[in-house]
Design a protein around this ligand. Sequence first.
Ligand SMILES: Cc1ncc(COP(=O)(O)O)c(C=O)c1O
Length: 658
Amino acid sequence: MNLLTFDKISTLSRATTNCPFLSRTKQTTLRSLCTATSARYPSLNKLSVQATRCPVMGPQLTVRAQETVAGYASMAGNNTADVEQIHKAQGISVPEGATVEMCPHAAAARAAARRAEDLAAATKTSAAEATGCPFHAKAGAKAADTGAFDYDKFFVDELEKKHKDKSYRYFNNINRLAKRNPIAHMAEVEDEVQVWCSNDYLGMGDNPVVLETMHRVLDKYGHGAGGTRNIAGNGALHLQLEEELAALHRKPAALVFTSCYVANDATLATLGSKLPGCVIFSDKMNHASMIEGIRHSKTEKVIWEHNDLVDLENKLKKYPKETPKIIAFESVYSMCGSIAPIREICDLAEKYGAITFLDEVHAVGLYGPRGAGVAEHLDYDVHKAAGTSPDPIPGTVMDRIDIITGTLGKSYGAIGGYIAGSDDFVDLIRSYAPGFIFTTSLPPASVAGAQAAVVYQKDYVGDRQLKQVNVRHVKRRLAELDIPVVPGTSHIVPVFVGDAALAKAASDKLLVEHDIYVQSINYPTVARGEERLRVTVTPRHTLEQTDKLISALDTVFTELDIKRLEDWKACGGRAGVGAGTEALSPLWTDAQLIGAPQTLKTGEKRVVDAKGVISARSRFDRLLGRKMGPVEPHGSKSVLQRELFAGRRQSAASGMSV
Ligand SMILES: Cc1ncc(COP(=O)(O)O)c(C=O)c1O
């Protein structure tokens, strides 16, 4: 067999006839092993690593790898004339000062050498582990002989179930480039794509003042936090971030967790188990973190239909008013873009003696005059007028919500999650929640970067305005082409496909043929038959990039014969598509978008707001010293100086662009 590694499905098919494992194993499993990179040996896929354990395949792979490397070495070392000959034949003239990195043969030789090294290491490890070949009958005999549980078979069977119900997840290798957002490279650095599904909604992951702050903190305080909050991991930066978040939501206190998944899980589990006889009312479309938190609370759970106030009330009224109740819901539902009727839910909570738990994960940074979320947005002018005051504003929706949770990992471009609420509630969670107590706290630089992002967004409304402007533009263009979008009033653009295989095929086609990355969303994240491409539009996408996205989607819809809006209308609609609700008014009104920056065009720099930079820096004066002048996150002063000044010019010149 002439194999270097199992890189291609076609190579696999040939090997299948000779190998008892390959012939026994399902194509779907082989495909996933073949397309997944080994974490331990990055130049190999998982199937090749498995094959090093096979007495037949293992030596073949090693010998072939060594032969290939030797072939390259002899060509480069002894026969430079041959190399020149090849270059000539291929019409390649070697420019003055060319380096080895520029030569395709050298690159191929290096890749082959890497693979050979990894194969040798994997073979050595396999031999040391002496597990024998997992593919041959002998291995099966091991478990049978000893009577021990067959763990490998169990893992394979469980994975097979995922393949069968089409919920097995393939992760793309996407490396977003800080200086070229929204461009990313894939596994190969030359292989670039436009990212249209990142949750770094505002591009804060590479905002200059965020990066500058993180560099300064890294230099002063190092990388890791050094422990749990209880043991050496509770620094001034953690405390000031919590103060900032409490002020953002105009609540007395806030508590930071390693993620909002953990925040939701730990808070609901702790609260639900502590409150005597508690009943948790959970919206049917709540995120997994809340579902798990409720499960961990081991208390009674009642699910109400998504955003359905009548159903919620019918369920609430079955319990005495004195029974402790939590209504758990989200403001923006990220897979369909629907927005909860928050004010009305607060009314029901008051009427039936419940407390409210609102997840603003997909709304913080994006809604409200200061980016505090939808609850703030619903009283936009009142909150705008209150400016930087941290005090609660009685009667506002945000004030009526008891517990707000948010993430630092999406619009704020960082990592971490938090809860905000009353002093005693926050202290209770701090004191009892294992998910908060027994884990290393977030690194200082990440915490500071998150705070810089929160402050910047509190001060500068332009990014979230421009995001909405761009979202409107994309939705309008899709509507013109009759491409179906699940109707909604938020920033989410769920392009509806309605079939799992087609959604995956559309995502693959966009990536492979158009260099556009939009992840397909399938069951169990959405119901079967409601599969979609979840497009996220950011302020950093240019007009030209949008043109490319729209035209690529149009082409892919045609080529795959995916239903358009008219088709859904004709069959009565699905998931709100084609059901006559397309013309919903966005949550951000035209008036709230006055003064938005212009959509970027190719080559234009994003706006970096000078006032936002100054505010963000001011929070770190005490710990890091006063910082003045242009932002310099990478030491490349001139570039960022230009960005800052370009930002000022554009801010000044910006007008309404809806
Ligand atoms: C609604 C919702 N809540 C919570 C989370 C978890 O947030 P984090 O990514 O900070 O863990 C997510 C993540 O996608 C989410 O969509």
